[in-house]
Design a protein around this ligand. Sequence first.
Ligand SMILES: NC(=O)c1ccc[n+]([C@@H]2O[C@H](COP(=O)([O-])OP(=O)(O)OC[C@H]3O[C@@H](n4cnc5c(N)ncnc54)[C@H](O)[C@@H]3O)[C@@H](O)[C@H]2O)c1
Length: 327
Amino acid sequence: MLKITQETLGVGFIGAGDIAILHAAAVKKVPGAKLVGLWNRSQDRATARARDFGCKNYANPEELVSDPAIDAVFVLTNLESHLEYTKLALAHGKHVLVEKPVGMSVDEIQQMKTLADAKGLTVLPGHNYVYESSMIRTRELVEGGDLGTIVSAYVMYNIHHPEEVAKRYPGVVRQILTHHSYILLYLVGAPVELCAMKANLHYKEFQEEDIAMVQMRLKNGALAHFCASFAADDHAADPWTVMVKVIGTAGSTRYSYRDHVEIKPGLVHSQTYTAYAGSVANEVKHFLVDCLRLGAPPLSSLADAITAQKMIEACEESIRTGSVVKM
Ligand SMILES: NC(=O)c1ccc[n+]([C@@H]2O[C@H](COP(=O)([O-])OP(=O)(O)OC[C@H]3O[C@@H](n4cnc5c(N)ncnc54)[C@H](O)[C@@H]3O)[C@@H](O)[C@H]2O)c1
């Protein structure tokens, strides 16, 4: 992979919505990195965000990717446009961080991978949850055999999203189970079969699901479970706001968003779960420093994004056919 050696590593944002706020804060924390500028489709938001972030406002995406001061482009638009802007940035020799879900289909993600490989550039999927010390430690324990035989894994998500926020995204199968899929891959590996169900419990007009659950069998025979819900917060003791568990015959691990909570709204969340911004900061640091400066491979790659997308499509097939789907 091409390494970046010049003193200042320049970053440009394509898309400046909610998630751009976390990425801008994250870039600011990385020594030697600078947010040079952004482009956003609507000019009123572009102007406001460029002022807030203290960076340039490009007239169009072509101008941004042609700027020699930019080494890496963050694609932070909606899912449907990720392929177009990732290809544009790669064609201009820029490394890319693309938010999740990375693409609309396996073929779209494969196109990104083929182009990135051909150019020797890094494309880092926005798989932020794995860039947490607790996740990394869990993987080390699993890989080292310290948890014994893995018997089960759980990824739970229960964060209420009002309809006006949820309708900017796909349903929770694509929007949230994508997170669950790459987390499972990173910690314990891919499933061999799965079955999924979904429901819509609180949207009035938005037609997509606000809750989905998945049961899976892993290669070694262990079982895994996903829950993704925009339908309600979990207010009970030790809540499953975001909870990841791996249980083995010789030990078990837990990661929870509730380990650090600030009593103030966090973007679209009712409270600030510190790990949300923290995991994006860790991911951005990994991309800019470990991958681009030092040439390390990403903790979670485009190949993982392809497998995660296959899991999502298997969930959709299971929901459509009411059956267990082999992977
Ligand atoms: N990693 C995470 O935890 C996380 C959390 C939230 C969102 N995301 C992802 O980040 C991306 C953006 O989400 P957001 O919450 O910032 O959404 P948002 O709606 O706040 O912002 C999206 C921005 O993209 C622009 N846009 C929309 N369609 C476009 C198009 N076709 N071409 C160019 N620009 C377009 C809009 O003008 C807007 O400014 C999505 O892919 C989403 O899934 C990831």
